[in-house]
Write a protein that binds this ligand. Structure first.
Ligand SMILES: NC(=O)c1ccc[n+]([C@@H]2O[C@H](COP(=O)([O-])OP(=O)(O)OC[C@H]3O[C@@H](n4cnc5c(N)ncnc54)[C@H](OP(=O)(O)O)[C@@H]3O)[C@@H](O)[C@H]2O)c1
Length: 348
């Protein structure tokens, strides 16, 4: 039995180097499950991997993408916790069951083959069951393994977020909007930044973000944050910009607040004195390395119990041309939230 598999074939210089292949459907070993993939969710990481901008190891000719949701169609003889017909999401790093990530050597779609294909095998311990009869689509669930876990890790991987606290997320991409949705559901006040007033209005209307700040018209956006928070600053920041935005984040954070260093979307012309600024604020500046299976189980349970709808903005079809279009759409920065590839229809 064969399947369509998409690989980054040739030099990693362009998303146009995605190529389609016909390959065997793998057979699950004793403790593995075979998953029919229904949806794959793209991350900025996938653009960075396809264009050699990813700062961690990448395998040649890799099958890209880390995040998929689907249905189990076969199980190894030793699998007890899952069965045929179960709907599941796979983990970002199948070797990381709990605790801190110990390396960057096993993340799907980078150092090892990922999920942009019709069927994948995973260890049964790396597949998390989706709640029965949940209203969310496979595309929505597929956003959780990297994006959802990253935002959850920022809020609950160290000092837990408390109701009533203030959360700021930079940009209107996947991590940011998922973070806004989780934080709102946890009783936080939320602030989002964007380069576009139109996107800010949309995010406030659609996802209930409490405040929006345009970081283009307010390059020193931390001043707006302080104005909105009675000069106190915010408790949590999902910092997606990196070195180019960390100084503003350190100005915007409350005394004793938490900055989760997640992204690398902007480069500082001159690196600020992060140590001095963190000391002055008594702030925690914590690098996030996606997260474990345990964190995925927690965020799946939270989303399921609360009935949260995840921010899938656009779905593309499965095939090499559609995949390139999906990548190019994400790379254009025109999106708000998540971009997904529908590999199979819901009922099939
Ligand atoms: N450390 C980890 O474990 C981890 C996990 C997941 C993601 N990440 C990283 O986190 C970042 C965000 O990922 P994503 O998948 O959410 O990306 P995404 O969906 O592509 O979103 C990126 C958004 O960030 C905003 N942005 C771009 N440049 C910016 C800048 N200079 N300052 C502030 N905002 C900026 C833009 O929003 P507007 O158009 O609204 O301005 C853009 O749409 C990426 O660097 C990704 O690699 C890291």
């Amino acid at each position: 039995m064969s399947q369509t598999v998409i690989r980054i074939n040739g030099p990693r210089t362009s998303v146009r180097n995605l190529k389609s292949f016909t390959e065997d459907i793998p057979v699950p070993t004793k403790h593995e499950v075979l998953i029919k993939v229904h949806s794959v969710s793209l991350n900025y990481r996938d653009i960075a991997i396809a264009t050699s901008g990813y700062p961690f190891p990448v395998k040649d000719n890799v099958i890209p993408c880390s995040d998929a949701a689907g249905v189990i169609v076969d199980v190894g003889e030793g699998v007890q916790n899952l069965a045929k017909g179960d709907r599941v999401v796979g983990t970002f790093d199948p070797t990381n069951l709990f605790g801190q990530q110990t390396n960057w050597l096993n993340g799907q779609g980078g150092p090892v083959d990922g999920v942009l294909r019709e069927y994948i095998t995973l260890p049964a311990t790396a597949a998390v069951k989706i709640p029965e009869n949940s209203p969310q689509s496979f595309s929505e669930w597929s956003t959780l393994p990297c994006t959802g876990v990253t935002a959850w890790n920022a809020f609950y991987g160290n000092v837990p977020l408390r109701p009533g606290q203030v959360v700021l997320a930079t940009g209107t991409g996947g991590v940011s909007l998922t973070g806004i949705i989780l934080a709102k559901a946890a009783g936080a006040t939320t602030i989002v930044t964007s380069s576009s007033d139109e996107k800010l209005e949309y995010v406030k209307r659609k996802f209930g973000a409490d405040h929006g700040i345009n970081y283009k018209t307010h390059p020193e956006w931390s001043k707006e944050v302080l104005r909105l928070t009675n000069n106190e600053g915010v408790d949590y920041i999902l910092e997606n910009g990196g070195s180019g935005t960390i100084a503003e984040s350190l100005n915007a954070v409350k005394m004793g607040g938490n900055i989760s260093v997640i992204g690398f979307l902007s480069q500082a012309k001159e690196m600020p004195d992060v140590a001095g600024l963190a000391l002055a604020k008594g702030a925690t500046v914590r690098g996030i390395t996606v997260g474990s299976t345990q964190l995925l189980q927690e965020v799946v349970r939270f989303v399921g119990t609360k009935g949260l709808r995840l921010p899938v903005e656009r779905e593309f079809g499965f095939g090499v041309q559609e995949a390139v279009q999906a990548y190019e759409y994400l790379a254009s920065g025109g999106h708000v939230g998540k971009v997904c590839i529908k590999v199979a229809e819901e009922g099939n």
